[in-house]
Design a protein around this ligand. Structure first.
Ligand code: ADP
Length: 390
């Protein structure tokens, strides 16, 4: 059965088509700069890549090109073969604790939740409608980045703020990256053949850590928005909330200025002037003091959260390193494991040199196993969609 996995951003559309249940990738690609000029798309069919400049005024035009490519390249003979389209939805709040088939009422709810994800949910709705127009027979499915975190207890998800902020305005922890954390949980449960206590570190440009027990999320580091918890590429993560009104008064900033500062000008970028971890690493190698400070702050916060979740889980069986930074770089993994030696973590230095593939990177006598596990959110979306469609 052919299933399409789709991730719509405000000016982009990424897709991957799978033959399920074998999980074979038939085609993947991305449309970029939709509606902003100089748009183009790139596709990859069995390792063969091409990039084409085209005018893309909206997501529907991108879907039209996608459909044409599917037919021209004989990925499908007819669009009827595509049985499901799974859409990544950033914010499902407490309305969705699992993936669902998109009905009119689901679509309305996703729309209602747009105030909690103003850049993402509206883009997803545009994508859902565009695919409905061009592939009307495929069942649309919503896969929420927040759903996996809905198992948190209120002790974890409530903020110590006026209670009415929660009841009237929905202010609570929702988490993010849930599709990735769920995928990793499934991979690890398959590996161990049973549920284990896991601490999953998804550290890319955005970054979050989740504590998992019995296959369920019990706590996660992202919060009401994806700007909580860890220090990220350009997001500050946890800070003292009173810094915000202080800086608004002192530097005459409004809420938009503050939002930009804490989301786009902070994190690694704010401290070192580089948001990409590769640039920070280069600075560290060249002895740049601000890069060294940024790196040390970044690692410390990851270790702090692992320690917190180790206690919350009453011990952990495995720590998993995933996403752009931790899949691809041995040094931060080693430094994190080293700082956890008091918990009995013993790194396997040679194994830790592996990049981007599943690998156990601790010694046999380590009290906690550590792993590199490449995440695959597109595949997770496709699996959930397949399960609902079949
Ligand atoms: P997101 O999905 O949040 O945009 P990714 O998981 O793709 O982020 O991670 C992107 C980040 O991962 C980059 O900003 C870069 O810092 C880091 N990264 C990606 N590839 C590598 C690599 N080969 N070596 C070191 N860092 C990398």
């Amino acid at each position: 059965m052919k299933i399409l996995s789709v991730n719509c951003g405000s000016s982009s559309l990424k897709f991957q088509m799978y033959e399920m249940p074998n999980k074979d990738v038939l085609i993947s690609g991305r449309f970029e700069r939709i509606g902003v000029g100089n748009s183009f798309y790139s596709i990859n069919i069995k390792g063969e890549k091409k990039q084409i400049d085209v005018e893309l005024n909206n997501h529907a035009e991108a879907v039209k090109y996608l459909v044409d490519e599917l037919l021209e390249n004989k990925i499908v003979e007819s669009l009827e073969e595509i049985k499901g389209v799974g859409h990544r939805i950033v914010q499902g709040a407490d309305a969705f604790d699992k993936s669902v088939v998109i009905t009119d009422s689901v679509l309305n709810k996703i729309d209602e939740l747009s105030s909690l994800a103003p850049l993402h949910n509206p883009a997803a709705i545009i994508g859902i409608n565009a695919f409905k127009e061009y592939i009307p027979n495929a069942t649309p499915v919503a896969v929420f980045d927040t759903a996996f975190h809905q198992t948190m207890d209120e002790v974890e998800y409530m903020y110590a703020l006026p209670y009415e902020w929660y009841t009237k305005f929905g202010v609570r922890k929702y988490g993010a990256h849930g599709t990735s954390h769920k995928y990793i949980t499934n991979v690890m449960n398959d590996y161990y053949k049973t549920n284990k206590k896991l601490i999953i570190c998804h550290v890319g440009n955005g970054a979050s850590i989740t504590a998992v027990k019995d296959g369920k999320c019990i706590d996660t580091s992202m919060g009401f928005t994806p700007n909580a918890g860890l220090m990220m590429g350009s997001r500050c993560g946890d800070i003292d909330a009173s810094i915000i009104p202080y800086m608004m008064d002192k530097a005459n900033l409004n809420s938009k200025d503050i939002d930009k500062a804490i989301n786009k000008e902070s994190g690694l970028l704010g401290i070192s002037t580089h948001s990409d971890f590769r640039d920070v690493s280069k600075g560290v190698r060249e002895n740049d003091s601000r890069c060294i400070l940024a790196y040390n702050m970044y690692i410390k916060r990851i270790v702090d959260y692992i320690a917190k979740y180790y206690v919350e889980l009453e011990g952990a069986d495995a720590i998993i390193f995933t996403a752009g930074v931790l899949e691809n770089t041995p040094k931060p993994r080693f430094d994190i494991m080293n700082k956890l030696s008091c918990l009995g973590v013993i790194p396997d230095i040679e194994a830790n040199e592996v990049i981007g593939e599943f690998k156990k990177i601790t010694k046999e006598d380590s009290k906690i196993d550590c792993f590199i596990v490449p995440t695959d959110e597109e595949l997770m979306i496709s699996i959930d969609t397949y399960e609902l469609v079949k």
